[in-house]
Structures are given as structure tokens and as C-alpha cells.
Design a protein around this ligand. Structure first.
Ligand SMILES: [Zn+2]
Length: 70
């Protein structure tokens, strides 16, 4: 039971931070695609040059989500 509540709370936290990130991202979009597609944070040039569209925390979070719902 507690685990379900924790997962739900986690999920809501994620959705809130994603929504905030999207707002932030839409404000920085005009500057190009130097930001994470998920949260809008800047992605290091090296990481972008490797083709990543997510910052490190979001990539880890995305992996965690995938394994959670797999
Ligand atoms: Zn991110």
C-alpha cells in the first residue's frame, strides 16, 4: 500500500516538474535546441554532440520510469 502511494507521489512530482520544465523550455526554445527536451535544462555541448536530447538527470529518470513500468 505504502509503495503504491510512494509511486503515485513520485509520479505526481515528476509530472509537476515536467510541466514546469516545459514552460521553462518554451521560454528558451528560441535560443535553439541546447536544452533538455524534458526539463529544459542546458545540456553540455559534449553530450549534445553525442546526440542526446535529455540531460543526465532526465536520462536517468527516464530509465527509472521505463524499468518501473516495464
Ligand atoms: Zn532534463
Amino acid at each position: 500500500m505504502a509503495d503504491d502511494a510512494d509511486i503515485a507521489s513520485d509520479f505526481i512530482d515528476n509530472e509537476v516538474s515536467r510541466a514546469l520544465g516545459k514552460i521553462r523550455q518554451s521560454m528558451t526554445n528560441k535560443m535553439g535546441s541546447k536544452t533538455c527536451v524534458d526539463c529544459g535544462d542546458a545540456i553540455p555541448d559534449v553530450r549534445r554532440s553525442l546526440g542526446f536530447k535529455l540531460c543526465v538527470p532526465c536520462a536517468e529518470e527516464s530509465e527509472r520510469r521505463n524499468s518501473l513500468f516495464a
